[in-house]
Design a protein around this ligand. Structure first.
Ligand SMILES: Nc1nc2c(c(=O)[nH]1)N(C=O)[C@@H](CNc1ccc(C(=O)N[C@@H](CCC(=O)O)C(=O)O)cc1)CN2
Ligand SMILES: Nc1nc2c(ncn2[C@@H]2O[C@H](COP(=O)(O)OP(=O)(O)OP(=O)(O)O)[C@@H](O)[C@H]2O)c(=O)[nH]1
Ligand SMILES: [K+]
Length: 469
C-alpha cells in the first residue's frame, strides 16, 4: 500500500461490534457523482443532513446523518463523505456494500489499514510524526499516554524537530556559501562562531532526545515476567499489582499452567506483566508445556522478577533458576510472604520495603525487595523499582509520545553532528566534510516528520493502523 493510489476508498470507521452510532467513511478526489447517486441531491459541505439511506431498490437500510467535506478541507485532503448510521454490524455492512455497489464505476474500493491517514499525510494535512500520533492516540492505554499522543498529533514534537532542522540548515547555508570562496574557509568557523552554534544545536538535540526517551517509555512500557518456583506467590503478586483477581491462586503448587498476561499502569507507564507456570521438574505433560512457555516468556522479557519465598530464598532450586536466566536481562529478586516470617527472624528485616542486608545480586546490582503479596507490604518499593528499570523520570514531563524510529533518527542526527564537530576541530580545509555531516544530520531529523521517507517505511507505518483510520 506504499504508493499513492487515487482510487476512492471506503471503510467502516467505527469499532467492530455494536455501538450507539456507526460511521462509514469514504474518501476520493471527487465524490460529487457518488453523492448524487446515493442521495439524489448535492450535500452542503460540513452540514449534517438527516437522510434515508436506501438501497438501489429504494429499500431503507437505515436513516442517518450524511456529512460531506469538500476537499481539501477534510481529514484526508480529498472529498470525504461520512454516513453516520446506527451502530450495528449488520447495518454497517449493508451500508458499506450498498456504497461499494453504487461507487463501482468510480473505482470505489475497500480501504487498506491506515489509508485515510496515509492520504492525509501524502496531501500534507499532517506530517509523519503526526500520522503516527493518530495511531498512538487510538492505542493509548493510559491518560498520560493519550495526553502525550495528543501533543504529538497537535505538532508539538514536529515543531521542535523542525526548529532544530532549520538551525542546522542555516549553519549549512553559511558553510556552503563560504565553500565558493576558498580563501575565506579558514576564517569561516571564527567569523560565524560555527563551533559555538553547533554546540548549541547538539545541546538542544540531547534535551530533545531525553524527552523522546520518556515519550517512548510511555508508549512501549516495560515487559516484566514473573518467574520462580511453584507456590511462591507469582499469581498473588500479579493480582496484587493489578488490584484484581486475574490469575488463579491456590495453595496447590503447580496451579498456573499457562501464562497469564495483564497490563497495569504505574504513574501512567504501561507495565505488561506475565505470570508464568512455576519452574520445577515435573512428569506432568501439561505442566511441562507450561514450563517450556515460561522459559519462552523469560527470553522475551525486559525485566525478570525472580520471585522467591522469603523463608527459603536463594535455596538450591532458586540458585538453579538463577543460573539459567539470560544474562542480558535485568533480574530483580523479590522475596515474598514476609508476613510469614517470624518477627525475630533475621533473614529479612521487617521494613516493609527493601531487604537491605539480603545478598545483592551482583550481576545487575539490583537489591532484592521484600514484599508480602498478601498484605501489600513492600509493593510500593517494587513499583518504584519497576519505574526505575523502565528509565522513567517522574520529574520530567513527557510532553509527547515517541517511537523507537524517532529515537533512532535523533541518535543518528547526533552522530552526524558529533562528526561535524570533529571536523570543525581541525582547521585544515575540511569545510566540505563539515557541511556534508550537517546535511546528513538534517536528513536524519527530516525522516521523523517524513520529508524523505521510503515507500517501504510508509507501508510499514500505515499498515499497522486499524482498518478505517
Ligand atoms: N466524524 C468524524 N469525527 C472525527 C474524525 C472524522 O474523520 N470524522 N476524525 C478523523 O480522524 C478526527 C478529527 N479529525 C479531523 C481533522 C481534520 C478535519 C478537517 O476537515 N480539516 C479541514 C478543515 C479544518 C478546519 O475547518 O479548521 C482542513 O484541514 O482543511 C476533520 C476531522 C476525530 N473525529
Ligand atoms: N501468607 C502469605 N501467603 C501468600 C502470599 N503470597 C501468596 N501466598 C499464598 O501462597 C499460595 C500460592 O500462591 P500463588 O499465587 O498461587 O503462587 P504461584 O507462585 O502462582 O504458584 P504456581 O501456580 O504453583 O506457580 C497461595 O495459597 C497464596 O494464598 C503472601 O505474601 N503471604
Ligand atoms: K498460581
Amino acid at each position: 500500500m506504499a504508493a499513492y493510489s487515487t482510487d476512492p476508498i471506503i471503510a467502516i470507521a467505527t469499532a467492530p461490534g455494536r455501538g450507539g452510532i456507526g460511521v462509514v467513511r469514504i474518501s476520493g478526489q471527487d465524490l460529487s457523482a457518488l453523492v448524487g447517486q446515493l442521495f439524489g441531491v448535492a450535500l452542503t459541505p460540513r452540514h449534517a443532513h438527516y437522510l434515508p439511506f436506501n438501497d438501489t431498490h429504494g429499500q431503507a437500510i437505515d436513516a442517518g446523518i450524511a456529512l460531506f467535506f469538500k476537499g481539501p478541507h477534510s481529514y484526508t485532503g480529498e472529498d470525504v463523505l461520512e454516513l453516520q448510521g446506527h451502530g450495528g454490524p449488520a447495518v454497517l455492512r449493508r451500508l458499506l456494500e450498498h456504497c461499494l455497489r453504487s461507487g463501482k464505476e468510480l473505482g470505489l474500493r475497500h480501504a487498506e489499514p491506515g489509508e485515510f491517514t496515509q492520504r492525509a499525510f501524502l496531501n500534507e494535512r499532517i506530517d509523519l510524526a503526526q500520522a503516527e500520533a493518530v495511531a498512538d492516540l487510538i492505542d493509548a492505554s493510559s491518560e498520560a499516554a493519550a495526553r502525550s499522543a495528543m501533543a504529538s498529533l497537535a505538532g508539538v514534537f514536529s515543531t521542535h524537530v523542525n526548529a532544530l532542522s532549520d538551525r542546522i540548515v542555516h549553519l549549512r547555508m553559511l558553510v556552503e556559501a563560504t565553500l565558493d570562496f576558498p580563501e575565506e574557509e579558514i576564517d569561516f568557523l571564527e567569523k560565524y562562531q560555527a563551533r559555538e552554534a553547533l554546540a548549541q544545536i547538539q545541546n538542544d538535540l540531547h534535551a530533545l532526545t531525553r524527552q523522546a526517551q520518556q515519550g517512548m517509555i510511555l508508549r512501549e512500557g516495560l515487559h516484566v515476567v514473573l518467574a520462580g518456583q511453584p507456590n511462591v506467590g507469582k499469581s498473588s503478586l500479579l493480582n496484587a499489582l493489578a488490584g484484581d483477581d486475574i490469575a488463579i491462586v491456590t495453595p496447590i503448587a503447580g496451579t498456573t499452567r499457562d501464562k497469564v498476561t495483564q497490563q497495569i499502569h504505574i504513574q501512567g507507564v504501561p507495565i505488561h506483566i506475565v505470570d508464568t507456570a512455576g519452574l520445577r521438574d515435573t512428569d506432568d505433560a501439561v505442566e511441562s508445556i507450561g514450563i517450556a512457555r515460561t522459559w519462552a516468556e523469560i527470553e522475551k522479557a525486559n525485566v525478570i522478577i525472580h520471585l522467591q519465598d522469603a523463608r527459603t530464598h536463594d535455596d538450591e532450586l532458586d540458585s538453579a533458576i538463577t543460573k539459567r536466566l539470560p544474562a542480558r536481562t535485568p533480574v530483580l529478586k523479590v522475596f515474598n510472604k514476609i508476613d510469614l516470617l517470624d518477627a525475630a527472624d533475621p533473614a529479612v528485616r521487617h521494613t516493609g520495603s527493601r531487604a537491605t542486608h539480603a545478598p545483592v545480586d551482583g550481576r545487575d546490582g539490583l537489591e532484592p525487595i521484600a514484599i508480602s503479596a498478601k498484605t501489600g507490604a513492600g509493593l510500593d518499593a517494587l513499583r518504584q523499582t519497576l519505574l526505575d528499570l523502565a528509565g522513567w523520570n517522574p520529574g520530567a514531563q513527557s510532553p509527547w509520545l515517541a517511537r523507537a524510529r524517532h529515537l533512532h533518527a535523533l541518535q543518528q542526527a547526533d552522530e552526524h553532528l558529533a562528526q561535524a564537530a570533529e571536523h570543525a576541530s581541525h582547521n585544515d580545509r575540511v569545510l566540505d566534510l563539515f557541511a556534508e555531516e550537517l546535511r546528513l544530520a538534517h536528513d536524519s531529523l527530516s525522516s521523523i516528520t517524513g520529508q524523505f521517507t521510503s515507500d517501504d517505511l510508509l507501508g510499514e507505518i500505515f499498515s499497522s493502523f486499524c482498518i478505517g483510520k
